[in-house]
Write a protein that binds this ligand. Structure first.
Ligand SMILES: *[C@@H]1O[C@H](CO)[C@@H](O)[C@H](O)[C@H]1NC(C)=O
Ligand SMILES: *[C@@H]1O[C@H](CO)[C@@H](O)[C@H](O)[C@H]1NC(C)=O
Ligand SMILES: *[C@@H]1O[C@H](CO)[C@@H](O)[C@H](O)[C@H]1NC(C)=O
Ligand SMILES: *[C@@H]1O[C@H](CO)[C@@H](O)[C@H](O)[C@H]1NC(C)=O
Length: 315
């Protein structure tokens, strides 16, 4: 009599293999969330007019939050200069200082590092309007370098959040209007087309670069959180996500300010109360608080080791 049939042996074998080469983080493993990025992730100067996604995610998944993302940031001010605390010149150095002097203690095994960057790198005043020295290749390589640099300092668990379809935010939509982020004359059709290309190329490139990098970082877990797919789904199926008291709205913003060409103070319209949760965008550039709760819910699921529709673990 055969003790095991082939299927049983295969099941046993693949189970033990998966314990050795398990990809992704395990349920209960992660206790700390360390966030890097721009205003989409900043918990102090929040982009969504309310509570930012990392605070929600930390609450949903019962994590200690160490927030380093800062509004206005690009990956590196040596690549795309903006007068804000960039990832490489400000956020990472602060993290390294705090770990070196002991004010931040986080066991690498129990800690996950997230990065959501690119919005300012590809945006107006950077790649979209032309850069003398940088391209989408440079800013994407910079973002991937964040994984390497942290890995070398002991970090092991990474979630890389790619760029959303920025051509759908009011600032970059084809029927955009003059607003607080841009008041100079422009061709909104051209911006819309070019932004679509920048985001798609940057995301395709970051995916391939991470796929190449992942097998070289022994013991690391690297996941790609597909913000692009999630926001595309929210844009196309808003009633599955937006729950305010007004009709769902993915083209306007909770706080929209129409400026005159070349600037004035703007004429603002602000949606208040429970109707706000009907909107995908807070203003002409930022996701709404409800959109951020969705991001937080999905990221929390990943961190808790659950299977997630938007996440691909590469290692
Ligand atoms: C560690 O460095 C940070 C950032 O410079 C500073 O705010 C903090 O007070 C320092 N902590 C100690 C214990 O030196
Ligand atoms: C804006 O750009 C589009 C696409 O290149 C072009 O078809 C259109 O004529 C331009 N509009 C103006 C007002 O120049
Ligand atoms: C919408 O759902 C979120 C949970 O995702 C909840 O916190 C919020 O209060 C809801 N908004 C309204 C207006 O019911
Ligand atoms: C969406 O919101 C904007 C800003 O409040 C408003 O002007 C627009 O009419 C709304 N669109 C829809 C389809 O409700």
């Amino acid at each position: 009599m055969r003790l095991f049939n082939n299927a049983a042996i295969w099941a046993l074998l693949s189970h033990s293999l998966s314990l050795v080469h398990a990809i992704g983080v395990r349920p209960g493993q992660i206790k700390n969330l360390v966030t890097f990025g721009d205003s989409y992730t900043d918990v102090i100067i929040t982009g969504d007019g309310g509570v930012a996604w990392p605070a929600y995610a930390a609450g949903y998944a019962h994590l200690s939050l160490f927030p380093f993302a800062r509004a206005g940031a690009t990956c590196s001010n040596d690549i795309t200069f903006r007068p804000f605390p960039s990832l490489f010149e400000s956020q990472l150095p602060l993290y390294f200082t705090e770990t070196a002097n002991g004010s931040l203690k986080a066991d690498p095994w129990e800690t996950i590092y997230t990065l959501w960057i690119g919005t300012n790198d590809v945006g107006a005043n950077a790649l979209l309007t032309g850069s003398a020295k940088a391209s989408i290749v440079d800013v994407t390589a910079c973002a991937i370098n964040w994984v390497k640099v942290l890995y070398e300092r002991g970090a092991r668990n990474f979630l890389f959040q790619n760029m959303i379809p920025l051509q759908t935010v009011p600032l970059y939509s084809a029927d955009s209007y003059s607003n607080r982020y841009w008041t100079a004359p422009r061709n909104t059709t051209e911006w819309n087309v070019f932004m679509t290309e920048l985001v798609l190329s940057g995301n395709a490139l970051s995916k391939v670069l991470l796929q190449v990098l992942a097998p070289t970082l022994h013991g690391a877990h690297i996941g790609i959180f597909d913000s692009h797919a999630l926001f595309t789904d929210m844009f196309q199926h808003p009633s599955s996500y937006l729950n305010g008291t007004a009709p769902v709205n993915v083209t306007g913003a909770i706080e929209s300010c129409v400026f005159e060409l070349n600037g004035d103070t703007g004429t603002c319209t602000t949606v208040t109360g429970a109707a706000r949760d009907s909107f995908l965008w807070f203003d002409e550039l930022h996701p709404s608080e409800q959109a951020d709760r969705i991001v937080a819910r999905e990221v929390a699921a990943v961190i808790q080791g659950r299977k997630n529709r938007w996440t691909t673990w590469l290692s």
